[in-house]
Structure formats: C-alpha cells, structure tokens
Write a protein that binds this ligand. Structure first.
Ligand SMILES: *Cc1c(COP(=O)(O)O)cnc(C)c1O
Length: 405
C-alpha cells in the first residue's frame, strides 16, 4: 500500500472513506496519481471545481494577489471585497451579501439571519422562531445544521441539538403548507438535493413553495452551495422555475476550485438585521478569497459555463439513459449534476466507483446506491463519450460477474 495512504490511516481522523487513489496533480478535467496514472475527474470535489483544476486565469490572479494582499480580517476595508460582493449580488439579483469561507458557515449565517429577521421584522415571540428544512437534506456538518438532518449517522453521538427546526417531506408542498405557522422564520431548501442522492423535486415544487412563503411571510432560503453557479445548467437552479429566493447560499464553486469561499445573500431588510459585532469570521471576505471569487464569477459569465453545463449535461444524461443494464434503476439530474441509482440487491455504488477508478474515471457514491456524476463544467463531448463508454463497460462487467457467481 502507498505510504501516503498509510500515513493518513495512522494520523488522519477516519471521518472519510476515500477511494484508494493518491492524487498529486491536476489540470482541467484531469487528475494524476502518484504513479503518473491519469484520471478524468467526474466528481470535481463535490462541485467545488466547476471551473476545472488550475484554471489559467485563476492561477495567474492568485499569483498576483498573493504577492499583494491576502489576509487582513474585516477590521479594515480592502479594495477586493466590495467589487466581489457587488458582482455576486448583481448576478443573483440579491441586495446584500455576507462573506464566509465554508458552506456550513454560510448556512449558519442564513439561520442566524432568518431567526433575527423573524424576531425583529416579522414579530415572532422571543426564542420561538422555527426554520423548516426537508427530509433528506444536506446543509453541512455543524451542530445546528445536523440538528436539521434526518440522517441518523449525521446525528448519532453528537447531541444534544438546538431546537427550532422542523422537517417536511422534500418535494411535497402539502407537507410544507401544514408545517408553516406564525413562528415560521424560513423554509430552507436545496433546489435539487445533492448529498441526498441527486433528488430532483416534482416540477412546480419550488414555485409553489415560493408562493406559500410569500403568502405567510416566511423567508424562502435556497441552499445553492452545490446546485448554484452553473452546475444544473443555469446560473442558479432556482431559475429553472423562475423562483427568486429571499435568501441564497453559495459556496463550493465560488472559490474557483482554489479556496473555500462562501456567502449568504439576501434582500436588504433581511441582511440589515446584522449590526457590528453580531456575527463574523476572521477569514470571511479576505482579499485573496474575494479576488478569486470575483474572477470565478467573471469566468462563469464570460465562458457561459451554465449553458455549457446544460448542453453537456443533456448529452451525458441521454447517453446514460440509453445504457441498458439491470443494475440501473434510474438516471436522474439536471445539467452536469447527475445520479445513477443502482439496484442494491445486485451491486453497491461503491463497487461501480472502484471499477471506474481502475479504468481512469473518478466519481464517488452518495449513500449506498447512487453514483454521483458532477464533472467540471469545462468537460467536452469527447470526454463525455469516453466516460459513458467506461460506465457502460463497468456495468456490463459487474453484471456478467454477478451472473457467473
Ligand atoms: C457541501 C454542501 C454544504 C456544506 O458545505 P461545506 O463547505 O462542506 O461546509 C452545504 N449545503 C450543500 C447543499 C452542500 O452541498
């Protein structure tokens, strides 16, 4: 076994179960392992690498910015933060933004904003505010966030959890309607559930949720950390249904595949609940991150990566749906955000990912039954065709072995 794997086994907390491959470098849609073997990256760090690895414009900008100004904290203004937030707000149609680093921090920020808005604007009684989230959600790993999870493993051993969260059935508008009451501050939702297994809600769901929220003065907060910034074939997944959320959470691809960069964006009357000292982050909005974030957004727009994601995603999903394999129950998704649901009685998603790894294609299972495909948005037709051929061959190999045993 590789020394690197041994060292991680010895010194790193075992909170992940990585595929046994040790990566040493990357470029565009490809990564290379210690032995120099090349892999097509169909996972792109859970969508953090939508721009591709080491995008030339981003690398150049990082080199320049690193020599100029990196970390000063928000105790001072910098020349980078304003332009970055202006661009993010303009692109997404939001009024103001609060910069953070990881997705979880931006979700926590959204929860704080929604609660304080409920008390100071909506008039909810002290400590009664409720946030509604969905079954199968994934919003991160902090204590408050896992308090919203219905995945037993995310909670087991980590209690007690803060109160004030309520779950409704994802995709079921009646369930949301029944859960809303005078204490409801916000409905927090992923337009397509990522970690939950690439779950696409029924058409019209988000629009109906938006109408319900408006009617009951509840904030609609979209967690687009994974679905946003072109992943599903439009800049935001909310746009597919012409939905304009009151609050929006971005992360992952916002850092251009280089740094963790996240933010919570919202309407002015929501963001204005924050006053100096309420909430913050030492690294949030630092000039290096802001410079990268702004360039990541510029590239997204100038190269029209959302449209590319729509085009390539259609190709990929159509080709996958043509594969005739008893192992596959469903292929679903939107843009370059695709899940292959396998039949657990025949094979595990992990087994498929390992066989694909041997053939030079990296992807990762989510839960036991879904192979998630989310390549960098710069992937081209030839690479997609090659990937589909590998997936077809692996499925048929596993099927043959299964029949033989
Ligand atoms: C990844 C993810 C998060 C958490 O982001 P981290 O950067 O890992 O903290 C939250 N919400 C969604 C939808 C995500 O996909």
């Amino acid at each position: 076994m590789s020394d690197s794997i041994d060292l991680e086994a010895r010194y790193c907390a075992q909170n992940y179960h990585p595929l046994p491959v040790v990566l040493t470098r990357a470029e565009g849609a490809y990564v290379w392992d210690e032995a120099g073997k090349k892999y097509l990256d169909m996972m792109s760090a859970y969508s953090a690498v939508s721009h591709g690895h080491g995008h030339a414009r981003l690398v150049k900008l990082v080199q320049e910015q690193v020599e100029r100004l990196n970390i000063v904290s928000r105790a001072f203004y910098t020349d980078k933060l304003g332009p970055f937030l202006e661009k993010a707000c303009t692109l997404t149609g939001q009024d103001m933004a609060l910069p953070m680093n990881t997705g979880s921090e931006a979700v926590e920020t959204a929860i704080k904003a929604a609660r304080k808005w409920a008390y100071t604007v909506k008039g909810v009684a002290a400590d009664k505010a409720e946030i509604i989230a969905c079954t199968g959600n994934f919003h991160g790993r902090t204590i408050a966030i896992v308090a919203m999870s219905d995945e037993p493993q995310y909670q087991y051993g980590f209690g007690p959890f803060p109160p004030g969260f309520r779950l409704v059935e994802y995709g079921d508008i009646k369930s949301l309607e029944a859960a809303i009451n005078e204490n409801t501050a916000a409905f927090l939702v992923e337009p397509i559930q990522g970690e939950g297994g690439i779950i696409v809600p029924p058409p019209g769901y988000l629009k109906a949720a938006e109408e319900l929220c408006r009617k009951h003065k509840v904030l609609l907060i979209a967690d687009e950390i994974q679905t946003g910034l072109g992943r599903t074939g439009s800049l935001l997944a909310c746009e597919h249904e012409d939905v304009h959320p009151d609050g929006l959470i971005l992360g992952k691809a916002l850092g251009g595949g280089i740094l963790p960069v996240s933010m919570f964006l919202s309407r002015r009357d929501v963001m204005e609940v924050f006053t100096p000292g309420d909430h913050g982050s030492t690294f949030g909005g630092n000039p290096l991150a802001a410079a990268i974030g702004l360039e990541a957004l510029n590239i997204l727009v100038e190269d029209d990566l959302p449209a590319r994601s729509a085009r390539m995603g259609d190709r990929l999903i159509n080709a996958l749906r043509e594969i005739d394999s008893p192992l596959v129950r469903e292929v679903r998704g939107r843009g370059l955000f695709i899940g292959i649901e396998t039949d657990p009685t025949m094979c595990s998603a992990r087994e498929i990912c390992e066989a694909l790894m041997d053939r030079g294609l990296l992807c990762k299972e989510t839960h036991a039954t879904v192979v998630r495909l989310a390549p960098p948005l710069i992937i081209d037709e030839t690479e997609i065709e090659w990937a589909v051929a590998q997936i077809r061959d692996v499925l048929s190999e596993i099927d043959t072995q299964r029949l033989a045993s």
